[in-house]
Design a protein around this ligand. Structure first.
Ligand code: AP5
Length: 214
């Protein structure tokens, strides 16, 4: 099963992608996590991506597309994959289609998690991310067992630099300008599954899997 997660920053794509990956035994590929790992390890890619991310903008297509196209050719993607945060522009979507066409494959579902900007700003200020493994929590909706400490690996939890309110506003602007049009792009292909993102994470997961299991 080949799945794309769509939705504004903070809509809950990562939360659902992790649960879906565990349920269907397919890899969760988050371009945001890949960039953050590269920033942490101070790689060339990380150095190039950091400025764009901290400013709430998009990393240029040429730094993202090959990375994802190569990743989905890996052995663990043979049964499928969940792309979280990619594609984010029409050229990225077209590049993905082209790469999949070449392998006689296609996307099965583009899951769009729908939620208002106001709800997102509220959510992001409460998100905490682990500096070690990247797991995410929410101080109210999904708290860690010990405040400020990751349940998985015991590392510190922080507010991501790009989760500060002014940067979230910029990310939302960029989303509406460059990414939202992908809903239309995949709708025209009959692949969109629209999900109300305002309910609890477990309810959303149930709604998604009901359709995917059909
Ligand atoms: P990325 O990491 O992909 O960020 P994003 O799309 O902005 O998404 P987030 O990770 O912020 O949110 P999410 O939707 O996964 O929500 P989550 O599940 O964590 O990208 C970061 C940056 O990298 C980009 O800004 C860009 O610069 C760059 N980048 C990445 N990919 C790129 C690409 N393809 N092209 C160019 N640049 C790229 O949930 C949010 C919070 O809400 C959490 O605290 C969670 O616990 C809570 N929550 C989740 N679901 C619920 C629920 N149902 N009810 C209540 N709370 C909930």
């Amino acid at each position: 099963m080949k799945i794309i997660m769509l939705g504004a920053p903070g809509a809950g794509k990562g939360t659902q992608a992790k649960k879906l990956a565990a349920r269907y035994g397919i890899p969760h590929i988050s371009t945001g996590d890949i960039f953050r790992m590269n920033i942490k390890n101070n790689t060339e890619l990380g150095k190039k991506a950091k400025g764009y991310m901290d400013a709430g903008g998009l990393v240029p297509d040429e730094l993202v597309v090959d990375l994802v196209v190569d990743r989905i050719k890996d052995q663990d993607c043979m049964k499928g994959f969940i792309l979280d945060g990619f594609p984010r522009t029409i050229p990225q979507a077209e590049a993905l289609d082209y790469a999949l066409n070449n392998q006689n494959e296609k996307i099965d579902y583009a899951i769009n998690i729908d939620i208002s900007d106001e709800a997102i700003i509220e959510r992001m200020s409460g998100r905490r991310a682990c500096v070690g493994c990247g797991a995410t929590y929410h101080i109210v909706n999904l708290p860690s067992k010990v405040e400020g400490v990751c349940d998985n690996c015991g590392e510190k939890l922080i507010l991501r630099d790009d989760d500060k309110p002014e940067t979230v506003k910029k990310r939302l602007e960029v989303y509406h300008e460059q990414t939202q049009s992908l809903i239309d792009y995949y709708n025209k292909k009959g692949l969109i599954l629209n999900i109300d993102g305002t309910t609890g994470a477990d309810v959303i997961f149930e709604e998604i899997t009901k359709v995917l299991d059909e």
